[in-house]
Design a protein around this ligand. Structure first.
Ligand code: ZN
Length: 501
C-alpha cells in the first residue's frame, strides 16, 4: 500500500476508535446527569464493553501494522499526521502490555465503584467504599507492573496525564509552593484582618443561579450551540469533539458562588475544547494537550478572570440585577474581597485560590504512598487524610463525606490526575504573565472584553489541541518551561495586598 493510502486507512480506523470513545463518554455523561438508578449494572457492563473495544483497537495488530508502516516515514508526513502517529504510539506502548480482559474488568469495576462512591458519600460511610478503592488501587498497581516504570511506580500514572511529569519534579514543585504558601497563610491568619462574607450565604433560588450560569457562559464565550449545561453531583466537562462540549454544575442554595465559579471553571475547559482547529475536529488530537494545561485554562477563567477585581467591577451590576434583595447594597469591592477570602477549609472544590494547592498536596502524598506500599491498607486512609489536613491546613474533617469521600476521582480510577490541578494553577499564572506582555488582561476583563483574552489563548494554546507535546507548547508560549515562581509571585502579590501582609 502506498503511504497516502495507508494514512487514509489509518485515519478511518481512528474515526471508529473515536466513535467508541465518544459512546463510552456519552454513557458516562448520562450516568452522571440523571440516568435511572436501576440501570446501573447493565450500563456498567455496556460501558466496560465499549471501553474494552476501544482499548483493543488501540493495541491491536492492525494498530501495530499502521505504526510500523508510518514510523519510518515520519519526515514525509504533515504535522497533524505526525502528531497522530505520536499519540497512538504513546498509547500503544503504554497499554499493549495490559491484557484486554483485565482492562475490561477494570473499566467495569470503576463504573460500579463510582456509583457506590456516590451512595457512600451521601451516607458519609467510607467503610462501604473501601473494598472498591482497594480493588481499583490493586488494578493500578498490577497495570504499572505490566507497563513498567522508571524511578517511582507513580511516575507511570503521572505521565498519562502530564507527559514527562515525575515524582522528582513534583516533590520539588510542592516543596516550593509549601515554602511560600504555608507562611503566607500563617501571616494572614495572624493579621487579624477579617473580611465580611456573611452575605454570600444568603439563599439564592436555583432559578436565579441558572440565570447567572447563562449570563456567564455568554460573557465568557462558551458556545451553547455546541454545548450544554446540566447538573451533576460533581461538576465536570466532557465532549464528543469540538462541536459538542458539555459541562455540568451543582447548585447550592446557600452558596451561590459555588456554582458561579464552577461554571467559570468548567467553561474554561469547554472553551479550550471548542476552540480546537477544524482540521483536527473529531480526531485523536481534538481537545487539550494534557490535564495540566487543560486545568490551566479552567483556572484561568475561574480565578484569574473570575476572582479579579475587574470581573466584579464589570459584572456586579448584572449579577445583582439577578440576585436582587440585599445583594443590591454590596459593592464590587466587597464582592471581590469576599470571593478571595483565604481560609483553610476541608473541601477542595470550595477552597480558595491560596489554600487550594495544599489540598492537592495531601492527595499527591497519599497517592504516592499507596502506589508504592506493598500491602495497601485501605482502612487507614481516612485517618491519614485527616492527619495531613491538620498538618498543612490546621483543620480536621469530622466525617468521611467532608474528608476522604469528597472527590469522585479515585472511584473512577483517576490516580495520577490530582497533581494536574496544581500544575494547572501554576501554569495559569505563568500564562497570565506572558499574556500581559501582549495585552492587558485585567483591563480587558474590566471592559467585559473576554473575547480578546479568548483570542490570545486560542491562538497560542487552544487551536493546537494535542498536536504539540505539552512541554513544547509551554516553551512556545512562554519561552521557558513550567516554573512555579510565577504562581507563588502571583499568590503573594494578590493575597499580600488583600490582607496587607
Ligand atoms: Zn478542572
Amino acid at each position: 500500500m502506498d503511504l497516502t493510502k495507508t494514512v487514509d486507512v489509518f485515519k478511518t480506523y481512528l474515526e471508529k476508535y473515536m466513535a467508541l470513545n465518544y459512546a463510552g463518554s456519552l454513557f458516562h455523561w448520562d450516568a452522571a446527569t440523571g440516568a435511572p438508578k436501576g440501570g446501573v449494572e447493565s450500563r456498567a457492563r455496556i460501558m466496560g464493553l465499549l471501553q474494552a473495544e476501544a482499548f483493543v483497537m488501540a493495541i491491536s495488530d492492525k494498530m501495530k501494522d499502521f505504526l510500523d508502516a508510518l514510523g519510518p516515514e515520519l519526515d514525509s508526513l504533515d504535522e497533524i499526521t505526525r502528531a497522530t502517529y505520536r499519540k497512538c504510539k504513546r498509547d500503544y506502548d503504554s497499554m499493549a502490555k495490559i491484557p484486554p480482559e483485565e482492562f475490561r474488568e477494570y473499566a467495569e469495576t470503576c463504573a460500579l465503584a463510582e456509583n457506590c462512591w456516590e451512595d457512600a458519600k451521601e451516607r458519609s460511610d467510607y467503610k462501604s467504599f473501601a473494598p472498591w478503592l482497594k480493588k481499583i488501587v490493586e488494578f493500578n498497581k498490577k497495570f504499572i507492573g505490566y507497563r513498567g516504570y522508571t524511578g517511582h511506580p507513580y511516575n507511570t500514572l503521572l505521565d498519562d496525564y502530564e507527559p514527562g511529569m515525575t515524582v522528582e519534579k513534583l516533590d520539588a514543585f510542592f516543596e516550593q509552593i509549601k515554602a511560600s504558601v504555608v507562611p503566607l497563610i500563617k501571616k494572614i491568619t495572624q493579621s487579624g484582618v477579617t473580611i465580611d462574607d456573611a452575605f454570600l450565604g444568603v439563599p439564592v433560588p436555583k432559578a436565579k443561579q441558572e440565570r447567572i450560569s447563562a449570563l456567564l457562559m455568554d460573557a465568557l464565550g462558551y458556545d451553547t450551540n455546541r454545548g450544554m449545561l446540566r447538573e451533576s453531583e460533581h461538576p465536570f466537562t466532557t465532549g464528543f469533539g469540538k462541536n459538542d462540549v458539555r459541562m455540568t454544575t451543582h447548585y447550592h442554595e446557600s452558596a451561590f458562588l459555588s456554582s458561579l465559579y464552577s461554571v467559570m471553571h468548567e467553561a474554561g475547559h469547554a472553551i479550550y475544547d471548542q476552540n480546537s482547529a477544524d482540521a483536527i475536529a473529531n480526531t485523536v488530537l481534538d481537545g487539550g494537550v494534557s490535564m495540566g494545561v487543560h486545568e490551566s485554562q479552567s483556572r484561568f477563567y475561574e480565578n484569574i478572570i473570575g476572582r479579579s477585581r475587574g470581573f466584579w467591577k464589570r459584572f456586579r451590576p448584572e449579577l445583582v440585577g439577578i440576585l436582587g434583595g440585599e445583594f443590591k447594597n454590596i459593592s464590587a469591592e466587597k464582592f471581590y474581597l469576599a470571593a478571595n477570602i483565604a481560609k483553610p477549609s476541608l473541601i477542595r472544590i470550595e477552597a480558595d485560590e491560596l489554600t487550594y494547592p495544599l489540598h492537592i498536596m495531601v492527595r499527591y502524598e497519599i497517592e504516592k504512598a499507596v502506589l508504592s506500599e506493598k500491602d495497601f491498607d485501605a482502612d487507614s486512609l481516612p485517618e491519614i487524610w485527616a492527619d495531613k489536613y491538620e498538618e498543612y491546613l490546621g483543620v480536621r474533617p469530622r466525617n468521611d463525606a467532608e474528608g476522604i469521600l469528597q472527590d469522585v476521582h479515585w472511584s473512577s480510577g483517576l490516580f495520577g490526575y490530582f497533581p494536574s490541578y496544581a500544575v494547572g494553577s501554576a501554569l495559569a499564572s505563568q500564562f497570565l504573565f506572558f499574556m500581559n506582555k501582549d495585552i492587558n488582561a485585567e483591563r480587558l476583563v474590566e471592559a467585559g472584553d473576554i473575547g480578546a483574552i479568548n483570542g490570545w489563548l486560542k491562538e497560542k494554546i487552544h487551536q493546537h489541541g494535542s498536536v504539540k507535546m505539552p512541554e513544547d507548547l509551554i516553551m512556545e508560549v512562554c519561552g521557558e518551561p513550567l516554573d512555579s515562581k510565577y504562581y507563588t509571585d502571583y499568590l503573594e502579590k494578590k493575597f499580600g495586598a488583600i490582607y496587607g501582609v
